[in-house]
Write a protein of this length. Structure first.
Length: 117
């Protein structure tokens, strides 16, 4: 069965879950971080499924791959920000571990998809 829409991709679905987790986690950050870590983490998380979707709708695999590489970079960026947030005491360890586990899974899916293109 051929996938006709990016919403059918597991890599997009997990990316969207990460966005929701990050929004929930950052809702309790101190107000001073609204334009700092909160904005950065939300932007990085949204970048993951957004780039999967945009790449899917490109006509050439070369373009698709480029968007997947950007999504992969956003995974690493977000993982770093989650670690910093945890070190600052803004994110509980169980939430950090949950998000990092999903990020690891997402990165593996992105790498596998890149190998297939």
């Amino acid at each position: 069965m051929k996938i006709r829409n990016f919403r059918e991709l597991d890599v997009w679905k997990v990316g969207k879950e990460i966005v929701l987790d990050v929004y929930r986690a950052t809702a309790t950050f101190p107000k001073v971080e609204v334009y700092g870590l909160v904005a950065q983490m939300r932007k990085a998380s949204i970048s993951i499924p957004s780039n999967v979707a945009e790449g899917f709708n490109r006509f050439h695999n070369k373009e698709y791959r480029q968007f997947l590489f950007i999504a992969l970079g956003s995974c690493a960026e977000l993982e770093t920000q989650v670690e910093i947030s945890s070190d600052l005491g803004y994110v509980q360890q169980n939430i950090r571990d949950l998000i990092n586990e999903k990020l690891d899974h997402e990165a593996r899916m992105l790498r596998n998809l890149l190998k297939k293109l």
